[in-house]
Design a protein around this ligand. Structure first.
Ligand SMILES: [Zn+2]
Length: 209
């Protein structure tokens, strides 16, 4: 029985494999080419960010004009999920940039700069959700790559988020630098870990030679 791809409309021979559009649209079948383009779109949105825009465009360029509204909503669902993964990555990158452009140190001075004003000690926290600690200890116990990586990444993001809040506070106080930057990881209740960043907000100016 010939199958018509519900994305591109191409007629498939009875021997060709076909795939469901998505887990919520199992009845709508798509051809191997569309499936490959869809997979590339999904994978790039999660791990190969450089290619995501191109993969998404390519995937969408094969959507025939007369697809049914159900197929259209299925495609929309796939793409918006990809977009949100991609956006998460973009936000993390932006956070990193903001952080890396601000003057801060775990020490108490900057070479070539003079501290002209100590404003105050500030801190900012990010809470890692319920279940994190128990999942984390479980994954430490069996120390197998991907899970541990995932937690390390989550931790790293929480650190960045705390630092970013710290920087916002410093900027609000009129500081242009942070000294004595330090992190603390208190365990709140059983399963909730917080990442607290603290530092002294200061004003620095370039020292004269
Ligand atoms: Zn197709």
């Amino acid at each position: 029985m010939a199958i018509i791809c519900s994305i591109c409309g191409k007629k498939q021979s009875g021997f060709a494999s076909d795939y469901p559009l998505s887990s919520t649209h199992l009845q709508e079948r798509i051809c191997t080419d569309c499936e490959n383009r869809k997979q590339k779109c999904i994978v790039s949105s999660r791990s190969d960010f450089e290619k995501y825009k191109v993969c998404k465009e390519e995937f969408l360029s094969f959507v025939s004009e007369n697809v049914s509204s159900s197929v259209r909503s299925g495609i929309h669902q796939i793409v918006s999920e990809c977009d949100s993964h991609f956006q998460e990555h973009e936000n993390a990158v932006e956070l990193k940039n903001q952080i890396s452009n601000y003057m801060m140190t775990s020490g108490f001075n900057f070479e070539g700069w003079r501290i002209t004003k100590y404003i105050k000690v500030i801190s900012a926290e990010t809470v890692l959700g319920t279940g994190f600690a128990s999942e984390f200890s479980a994954s430490v116990a069996n120390l197998l790559g991907t899970e541990t990586d995932k937690f390390a990444k989550k931790f790293e993001q929480a650190k960045d988020s705390s630092l970013n809040k710290l920087i916002s506070k410093a900027v609000d106080l009129g500081a242009n630098a942070l000294i004595g930057v330090d992190f603390d990881y208190p365990l709140i209740y059983n399963n909730i870990i917080a990442v607290i960043a603290s530092a002294t907000a200061v004003v620095v100016e370039k020292a004269e030679e």
